[in-house]
Design a binder for this molecule. Sequence first.
Ligand code: TXA
Ligand code: MG
Length: 335
Amino acid sequence: MVAEIERLADPPAVGVAEKAAEVLAAGGLVAIPTETVYGLAADAANGGALARLFKVKGRPRFNPLICHVDSLEMAECLGHFDDRARELAGRFWPGPLTLIVPRRAACPVHPLATAGLPTIGIRMPKGPVRQIIRAFGKPLAAPSANISSRLSPTRAEHVAAQLGGAIDLILDAGPCPVGLESTIISLEPGRAARLLRPGGLSVVDIEAVLGEGLARTGPDASVEAPGMMASHYAPRARLRLDAIAVLPGEALLAFGPDVPPGGPVAVRNLSPAGDLTEAAVNLFSHLAELDAEGVDKIAVMAIPDTPGTLGEAINDRLRRAALDPGVPEASDDRQ
Ligand code: TXA
Ligand code: MG
């Protein structure tokens, strides 16, 4: 497969936005131009499309993805906006600013896009891409459209060179005017606004609107992957990896058709057929369901840890979850 390249004018030529929306609705992957960098977009509610997106990027981890919206109304269906969030969105959207806010209970975004987190990253990009989101009518999850660990693309040709053989459509709007990823600000209730990633919007401008300085998370945390701290990933239950039997009192997170002996207190199978894409789709929801059932311990069957496959990302997530058993809700300072 070689992705079709379609020119995206501003405003888009007749039929282009509808065509992109059709590809997205069918679970396809579409490279979109934003003012910052090109993104690789999928329907944020479609777990299968998201699993394919991670696979194509060769990401060794399930980083949470930014959800791109065309309106404040769409944004507020996804996350809780406090006064600060509304002020920043009102002043800087559309533009190179991503807001991390608490996820709404009824948020339609698949947990693979938010990596199972209670928060969600949202931004309204500038340019004709908004017409694509409008035509699709739903948020688009989109990381930068590069292969993992390569540079973010600022031209359609960069996208075609890296991913052209693996995705469905590339929308070409010429070079990205900002050329730098969005600035990411975390707005959690009761906490000072925090800078998670410097980017295309100046921190000074943000601080001027907020009327206060932004908290910095320190050199370690203001990394490329702010959503990747180990503590982001802990379910309450303790995980025992590579289990070949279920011990008394354990729940089972299975993979494949051959379930080990023992009588688990609860079972979820990531993929009875042993399919990694299906396992990726189910990973966060199955862990959340077992947590919701109140289980203390989860035996996790081995999942093939082949580099460059979704198995690598699934194992990364499970190892993080196993490292940190989590803490009770009352004293929970997880972010
Ligand atoms: O300009 C941009 O932001 C581009 C364009 C395509 O929109 N996108 C982009 O996406 O740079 P990506 O996936 O390469 O980087 C998104 C960053 C990741 O480091 C991720 O950890 C963080 O956003 N992120 C997303 N949701 C988060 C959350 N709920 N909490 C903390 N960090 C989050
Ligand atoms: Mg990136």
